[in-house]
Design a protein around this ligand. Sequence first.
Ligand SMILES: [Zn+2]
Ligand SMILES: [Zn+2]
Length: 316
Amino acid sequence: MAAVFLVTLYEYSPLFYITVVFVCFLVTSGLVLGGCCRPAIQLLSLSKEGTDFGLEITLLSLPGITLTPDCLEDCVLTCYWGCNVQKLHEALQKHVYCFRISTPQALEDALYDQYLYRQQYFIHKNDKEEKYCQLPEDAQVVDFGPVPRLCYPLIALLTLADEEDREIYDIISMVAVIHVPDESYRLSCRILYQYLLLAQGQYHDLKQLFMSANSPTPPSRGTSPDERSTDRSLLEKAGLAEDEPELHEENSKDCVVCQNGTVNWVLLPCRHTCLCDGCIKYFQQCPMCRQFVQESFPLCSKKDPRTFAYSNKERS
Ligand SMILES: [Zn+2]
Ligand SMILES: [Zn+2]
């Protein structure tokens, strides 16, 4: 039918025929490209859609570690020592497809209980109470084997304690993968990965921001002076950037360009956080590494003081 129409059209006017075919080509390519090229990085505002899960390593006192959770609702902190690496990543994939990880039991089922030891704490909302977790002596674990490892030293899972809250919030749990130094691998204690799990099945991989240097932010107590100097630009977790006003004032850093304004803009893809509200508009390239800026977003916007960024793993 369409072929007959095109042949008739060509016989009638070749020029008009070529124009029609060309327009059809443009429309089709527009549809195809528009459908495939979704941005890999999405910005999300937490304050409307999610509860807030914060987790900090506050003290390393081997063989244990002190964690300080900070949640806007009552939560449960579950720590899994010696959790199988592959099983954890399979569990995250299961969350994407059907098996939502909204409770500790759900994670344990998804992991097929492939961990050594479990500890659990109840966390009252807004109560930044320190929790000490440690493998018990009778677990008889000296280290977690040579690298590359088959299991992570510690996984911390934060889930909403109240069933009703799980219906309300989009972000239903947070998984942090924590390295704890031991005999066979002495890398300093740190959060290796942090994932926010959403009720609809996606998860976001939280990335660190690279703040401009000479910052007064105190390094974590588990870090040696050598590592401190190499790591000093790796400063704040995106999700932990928000603090009480006084602390924020003390931690505020100067813009690398005007040396006056408070650093507020994160540049992507390099994640350098080095420009103030006034200077951001003058830069198409990052002033620190010269990479072209594809996207940028503010840490605190005037309308919404809590804007966070996620690198969104693209899924079809
Ligand atoms: Zn500036
Ligand atoms: Zn940069």
